[in-house]
Structures are given as C-alpha cells and as structure tokens.
Write a protein that binds this ligand. Structure first.
Ligand code: AQP
Length: 329
C-alpha cells in the first residue's frame, strides 16, 4: 500500500496576511494537499512572541483560517488547527530546549537578528526561542516536507539539526524533514523597500499588499511603490530590485513569464507598468475576497475544533515516544 508523505506548515496570526504569505507559502500548500497528508496550523503561540492586541487577536486567528480556505485549502482533505489547542507543541518545545537546542544555534538565526536589531538584550526570550517551538511543531507530526518562504529556511535547517541531535542522544524518534520553497516568489519584497521582505508586522502598511486590501487601496500602494533609477522595465535583481520584485509579483499572479512581461512593457514607462500590475493585483484580490467573505466565525471555529481533534492524537503519540526515550514516566 502506498503511504502518502506528510507536509506541515503554518502562519502566524500577527496581522494582515499579505501577498508574500500567499505567493511564498500558501499557494504551494494548495497544490501539495492533493498529494500529501497535509497539516496546516495557525501558530498563535508564535505570534505572541511580539505583543498582540487582546481585543483583536481572536479575530486575527480566525482570519488566518479564512485565508487558508479562500486560497483553496480543503478542511476535508487537510488538517487545519490552532497551535495552542494542542498542548504537545509547548511541551515538546520545552523538551527540545533542554535536550538539543543551544544558545549558539539560536544566536545564528537571522530572523531574530533582523527583528530585534540593536535591542537584543531587551528582546523577549520567546522571540529568541521561536525556532525551537517551530521545530516542535514540525517534528510532532512526522513531517516529511515543510513548504515555506525563504525566510523560514534557516529555521527548518535548525529543526533538522535538533531532530538528529535528539535521535543520536536518546534513540530514533524524529523523522528528519526537508524544506520546500517556491522557485519564484519564495521572497516577495516590501513595496516601500525592495531590499527587505514584505512583512505583516512592517511599521508602514505601504510595505505590503494585504489580502484584505480593497483593489483601490492596493492600486494606490502599487502606484506609490518605490522604483529604481532609469525607466526600463527589466528584471535585474542587482541593478533594479524594486522593478524585479514588481515583475515577480506580476508574473506570479498573471501566469505570464517575466520575459514576456519585459517585451509587453518595452518602451513604456513605470506608470504604465504599475497600472498593468494594479489591474492584475486588483482582479486577484476581488476574486480572493469573494471567497474569503463567505465564511462565518462559527464555521471557522468548528473547523479548528475538528482539526485539533485530528491533530492531537498524532502529536501526543510522538510526545509519548519522546518521553519514553528520556525516561519520563
Ligand atoms: N515576503 C515574503 N515572501 C515570501 N514568503 C513569505 N512568507 C512570509 N513573508 C514572506 C512566508 O509566509 C509564511 C507565513 O509566515 P509567518 O506568518 O510564519 O511569519 P513570517 O515568516 O515572519 O512572515 P511575516 O509576514 O513577515 O510575519 P511577521 O511580520 O509577523 O513576522 C512562511 O512560510 C513565510 O516563509
């Protein structure tokens, strides 16, 4: 009997999801759910590594699930659940903190360094330890493949190291997962700064196109997006990072390849190009939001409850085996 491989991934309910989250991660989940046992988490305990507004947090959690569904994740095929509903995640994270993770590993994590900048000493311990919780998320489900954006690659590599270290020290428990990234779109950059990734916790909303932005609001952001010197529409990441990023978004959402777009806009200026892109993005958002708006909060809560019921036994069995190896009776 052919057994399907397992994929696991998640999104933090830390703000408005943007087209980077969609193009870098969620779009590939939709494709993969046909061929894999698929588990998609709303990683709320990751999101609280930075302060969340308690009045809005619950809504943000539900909004992530609505995004999954609108993108095409099917809750009948895939397990969709909320991280805090399965307590094995935090238990295993603590065990990995003690039995594998080293301060030197976490000191190397570029996402932590980027997020805290100069204020490392005053950063929360949770933010520093974030990759260990992520390792626990992945390892609990005997995950074969982790489809994520490029910014998460280093965290999956750490997960592999922690799993190997535990297996060597206590005996074989964990499967060693592989990372999978999109060929294109693995890193969508900010509209206000093409050298930094698009991010939901960016200080300015001009950084990102939220999946819930109206087509008009998105068009305004695109028309105001930073461009490069010169006037040519050309894909050149070094010389023209802003136009390369916009071409990438245009290509992924329209299905046209970058070379054809360069031809289409040959001799035209940035204004025409941005108008074309705004139309493509607007059509995508209108279509996406039609689906997104059809779900009520009650439907979503039911999906999360059902998902936790399916996720819990898998996670608890892995945790049981971990404790057994360590002699925790
Ligand atoms: N700019 C991006 N381009 C491509 N993929 C991206 N992802 C995030 N930003 C981009 C991918 O989206 C998935 C979910 O991300 P996350 O919510 O776990 O957190 P993150 O990676 O830290 O993303 P954000 O949007 O920047 O969130 P905040 O600002 O809250 O930290 C992941 O697979 C990620 O790779």
């Amino acid at each position: 009997m052919e057994t399907k491989k397992t994929i696991f991934s998640g999104v933090q309910p830390s703000g408005s999801l943007h087209i980077g989250n969609y193009l870098g991660a969620i779009a590939q989940w939709v494709e993969m759910q046909k061929d894999y046992n698929s588990i998609f988490c709303v990683v709320d305990y990751h999101a609280i590594t930075v302060r969340q507004d308690p009045k809005r947090f619950g809504e943000q959690i539900l909004d992530v699930v609505k995004t999954y569904l609108a993108a095409g994740i099917d809750p009948k095929k895939s397990i969709i659940f909320q991280q805090s509903h399965v307590t094995a995640h935090t238990e295993l994270a603590w065990i990995l903190n003690c039995a594998g993770a080293r301060v030197a590993d976490l000191n190397k994590m570029t996402q932590f360094k980027e997020k805290v900048g100069e204020s490392k000493e005053s950063a929360g311990v949770g933010l520093f330890d974030y990759p260990v919780l992520m390792a626990a998320d992945i390892l609990l489900y005997n995950t074969d493949v982790v489809p994520v954006g490029e910014d998460q690659k280093q965290h999956v590599e750490l997960t592999r190291d922690l799993a190997k270290r535990f297996n060597n020290a206590y005996g074989e428990v964990f499967k060693i997962p592989d990372v999978k990234m999109q060929k294109e779109g693995a890193r969508i950059m900010g509209l206000d700064d093409p050298l930094k990734k698009m991010s939901k916790s960016a200080t300015s909303p001009a950084n990102y196109i939220a999946l819930t932005d109206t087509p008009e609001a998105a068009a305004k952001k695109i028309m105001r997006a930073v461009t490069d010197s010169g006037a040519e529409i050309k894909y050149d990441k070094e010389e023209k990072p802003a136009i390369a990023n916009l071409l990438n978004i245009y290509s992924l959402l329209s299905g046209k390849n970058v070379k054809d777009l360069e031809k289409e806009f040959k001799g035209k200026g940035y204004g025409d190009f941005k108008k074309g892109l705004a139309e493509v993005v607007g059509n995508f958002l209108a279509d996406f939001q039609k689906k997104y708006n059809q779900y009520g909060d009650k439907d979503i809560k039911d999906i999360l409850e059902h998902g936790a019921k399916r996720a819990r036994p898998i996670a608890e069995e892995t945790l049981r085996r971990v404790k057994e190896k360590m002699g925790i009776i």
